[in-house]
Design a binder for this molecule. Sequence first.
Ligand code: SF4
Length: 226
Amino acid sequence: MVASLLSLQARLTACRACPHVVGTPVHGAAVNSRILLIGQAPGPREASFGRPFAWTAGRTLFRWLEAATGADEATVRACVYISAVARCFPGKAPGGGDRRPDEEEIERCSQWLSAEVALLKPRLVLPVGTLAIASVLGHTGKLLEVVGKRHQTSFFGQAVDVIPLPHPSGASTWHRMEPGATLLKKALALLQKHPEVRETFGTRRRGPRPGKKSPPKTAPQGGKAR
Ligand code: SF4
């Protein structure tokens, strides 16, 4: 399995299909996991670090995930397959901030996501932010309609549970203001008690504390074998 993921990632790394993106494709580790996290697109720094969510949004995201799983960033990266709607930095938007990947780029890049789902056969999908949520659930309405709930859908032919998360970008205030803050807590509580999370991280019951750091309860290395 890991060899197949590495082979897929080697082909992904060589992809240059989109003329308007900046830099090279970014992907997470080749983790054999039933939990698939899907982000939007890398920012300007991720390619140089060689991993997704490597900068400030990532710090917030891994703090949330630590609250739900009891595991630190390194452990989460070793246990969860991290993917994205688009794998290359789209560049800056004319009005400032990062450009969102366009529909053609998302469609083109979905080949990699589809191939990852076919290999991993995930049971739990965590779309992070509106673009990823739209890709997984087809939901283009308000975040408050889907965050804080557990959904079920077919994703590239695979029956999955879906727990959407807001984007952890510092530019977004959604997760810091009500009702976003409460819905985020609900989402992390759902994540904490999901059977796949409990199996992967051995999570012990405790309330999610997205604003508070704590040592990992367990530190499985390399994800579960299957
Ligand atoms: S965004 Fe995706 S499809 Fe486009 S060049 Fe990057 S890896 Fe290839």
